[in-house]
Design a protein around this ligand. Structure first.
Ligand SMILES: *[C@@H]1O[C@H](CO)[C@@H](O)[C@H](O)[C@H]1NC(C)=O
Ligand SMILES: *[C@@H]1O[C@H](CO)[C@@H](O)[C@H](O)[C@H]1NC(C)=O
Ligand SMILES: *[C@@H]1O[C@H](CO)[C@@H](O)[C@H](O)[C@H]1NC(C)=O
Ligand SMILES: *[C@@H]1O[C@H](CO)[C@@H](O)[C@H](O)[C@H]1NC(C)=O
Ligand SMILES: *[C@@H]1O[C@H](CO)[C@@H](O)[C@H](O)[C@H]1NC(C)=O
Ligand SMILES: *[C@@H]1O[C@H](CO)[C@@H](O)[C@H](O)[C@H]1NC(C)=O
Ligand SMILES: *[C@@H]1O[C@H](CO)[C@@H](O)[C@H](O)[C@H]1NC(C)=O
Ligand SMILES: *[C@@H]1O[C@H](CO)[C@@H](O)[C@H](O)[C@H]1NC(C)=O
Ligand SMILES: *[C@@H]1O[C@H](CO)[C@@H](O)[C@H](O)[C@H]1NC(C)=O
Ligand SMILES: *[C@@H]1O[C@H](CO)[C@@H](O)[C@H](O)[C@H]1NC(C)=O
Ligand SMILES: *[C@@H]1O[C@H](CO)[C@@H](O)[C@H](O)[C@H]1NC(C)=O
Length: 456
């Protein structure tokens, strides 16, 4: 039977655009993209057969049959024969319904036809643009302002250099996540970032940003959850009280700059409950030298790093009270003194890594150490003035294995191969340069996970 032409056309139309799959233009752009990227065919075995909405990596809207997501991450990363790649931006033009484009880990060096990218950005409905872990420099960012709907922009781990191009960026009122980390951006952190009032995550770490953190502008970002500027060249005084308006903050990382961080003045009350605070090497509380007082009421902390700060005074056990989520505490290289007691009237924490090395702690090791920190995997207490013997509760702490290096003249570093071993979470135990003596732990201990043990 002959099919009437109208019906034929209808069937054809349905096949090309309808519920059968993506548009013809999208289909051929995908195939061109595949060959220009040299995507190894094992990633895209289904490509070329049938309608492209059923292809690997491609996600369509089921009612319109248009491509809404392209997940092309890691497609040319492992194959060392594949060199740099420039994205032909005119291949993006057919995808005007695309919401998410992931081109991370692709050795992408730039764009062919930047004008086409500009045109696409103006009509695009893109919400997520993920370009991390490529080798981009000096491209794309000047045009991102045109992506009206953009919520997530990741250009971390690239080779961007020079000042951050702000004209486009600061227009992105819907932006929730901005990752610029691990590039070579330099100059000031732009004041206009304060207009990105939907921002929840701002990652500026591992660049060469300098000058002051524009706190007035950061304080405008009332949705901010995660703020990280670690390893830049920022300077000046930051008072944590200026984060007060940011009640949703969970993570702050200001480590390894040239900053001076003050937590006590002016007086303030924290509006947030942090999960992670990293203030390593921040000249913390230079004038008072004390452990930040507001931490006593931060009950959700998982990670706390106050290392390399010249902190003075005694360690107050109040800091560890009611911190059942705390997994990592780093107080290394401060000037803390007195004894190191643990709370008796509360349950221990989820601590897996504790470093109090390089301080002036004295006295006995806390006898309840093992019971208070049952999950401890790394313990560094070297370079203090602890005395006395190793508390027996350390034996409860780790399900010790058969410990054959039981003579006290252990080599300074004991590795797994030194011992007949069988179990355990403990990986690092450093107690060197103290005045400890006596029996370390019972010979019947199980110690398989041990990687480093230092007594000195
Ligand atoms: C699919 O497209 C329709 C019409 O544009 C839209 O209403 C719907 O939200 C889309 N669905 C998804 C999952 O994007
Ligand atoms: C980029 O893609 C367009 C559209 O397919 C094509 O016409 C053009 O030749 C491509 N440019 C390069 C340099 O490959
Ligand atoms: C990055 O772009 C800047 C500005 O165009 C240029 O001066 C610099 O040499 C580029 N860096 C690299 C590594 O290509
Ligand atoms: C704070 O955000 C508002 C928009 O909500 C904007 O008008 C203002 O300029 C921003 N202030 C700063 C300091 O960025
Ligand atoms: C970050 O800074 C610290 C201290 O200056 C340095 O030891 C570390 O190597 C830096 N990390 C990176 C990845 O540059
Ligand atoms: C902080 O809270 C305490 C107790 O609620 C209150 O007495 C004090 O005035 C507050 N301080 C500031 C600076 O708001
Ligand atoms: C202990 O922490 C919880 C939140 O984890 C908090 O609700 C509670 O008030 C804290 N208790 C004390 C005594 O501080
Ligand atoms: C200890 O911290 C100070 C800064 O407070 C730093 O200058 C010094 O290099 C650190 N020492 C070690 C051994 O890391
Ligand atoms: C420790 O935890 C146990 C079980 O979660 C609870 O019954 C006990 O009251 C807690 N002890 C203290 C001192 O909080
Ligand atoms: C112990 O202290 C001595 C002298 O201060 C020093 O030479 C040695 O490196 C220290 N050992 C360790 C493991 O810190
Ligand atoms: C040490 O490990 C062995 C074998 O896994 C086990 O039989 C023994 O009970 C363990 N000893 C202790 C003290 O946990």
């Amino acid at each position: 039977m002959e099919w009437p032409p109208v019906l034929l056309f209808f069937v054809f139309h349905l096949w090309v655009y309808g519920c059968f799959g993506c548009s013809h233009a999208e289909r051929s752009a995908l195939l061109e993209l595949k060959s220009s990227m040299n995507i190894p065919s094992y990633f895209v075995t289904s490509w070329g057969r049938g309608h492209c909405c059923s292809w690997d990596i491609v996600t369509c809207n089921s009612s319109t049959g248009r491509v809404i997501e392209l997940e092309l991450r890691y497609k040319r990363f492992f194959d060392t024969d594949l060199g740099d790649w420039y994205l032909n931006a005119s291949l993006l033009l057919p995808f005007d319904e695309l919401r998410s484009l992931d081109l991370s880990y692709n050795k992408m060096k730039g764009l062919i036809d930047e004008q086409a990218f500009k045109r696409w950005s103006r009509v695009s409905k893109l919400e997520e643009l993920l370009l991390g872990n490529n080798i981009l420099n000096n491209t794309i960012l000047p045009h991102v302002g045109a992506f009206k709907f953009l919520k997530i922009l990741d250009v971390g781990h690239n080779k961007f250099q020079g000042p951050l191009p702000t004209r486009g960026l600061c227009k992105l009122k819907n932006l929730q996540e901005l990752d610029l980390s691990f590039n070579e951006f330099e100059g000031a952190i732009p004041y206009c970032l304060g207009s990105l009032t939907s921002l929840q995550r701002l990652q500026l770490s591992y660049n060469q940003f300098s000058g002051k953190i524009p706190m007035l502008s950061i304080a405008n970002l009332t949705s901010l959850v995660d703020f990280s500027v670690t390893n830049n060249s920022l300077s000046g005084l930051v008072s944590l009280s200026s984060f007060c308006s940011l009640s949703k903050l969970e993570d702050i990382d200001l480590s390894n700059n040239d900053l001076e961080v003050e937590t006590e003045y002016p007086p303030w009350n924290a509006t947030f409950q942090l999960e992670s605070l990293r203030l390593s090497n921040c000249r913390l509380n230079k004038h008072t030298g004390g452990i930040p007082y507001f931490l006593y009421n931060q009950h959700d902390l998982i990670e706390l790093d106050l290392s390399h700060n010249h902190l003075l005074g005694k360690f107050s056990i109040g800091l560890l009270k009611n911190k059942t989520s705390l997994e990592t505490l780093n107080l290394k290289n401060n000037s803390l003194s007195g004894s190191f007691h643990l709370p008796l009237d509360s349950n221990g924490s989820a601590m897996s890594s504790l470093d109090i090395s390089n301080n002036y702690f004295t006295g006995q090791l806390p006898f309840n150490m093992g019971t208070f920190f049952p999950d401890l995997g790394k313990l560094r207490m070297s370079r203090n003035s602890f005395q006395g013997s190793i508390p027996p509760s350390l034996g409860d702490m780790w399900r010790w294995g058969h410990w054959t290096c039981h003579t006290i003249t252990c080599p300074e570093i004991v590795t797994r191969s030194h011992c007949l071993t069988s179990v355990v979470s403990l990986q690092v135990l450093m107690l060197s340069n103290n005045s400890l003596q006596g029996k370390i732990f019972s010979i019947s201990s199980n110690l398989t996970g041990l990687i480093v043990l230092v007594f000195g």
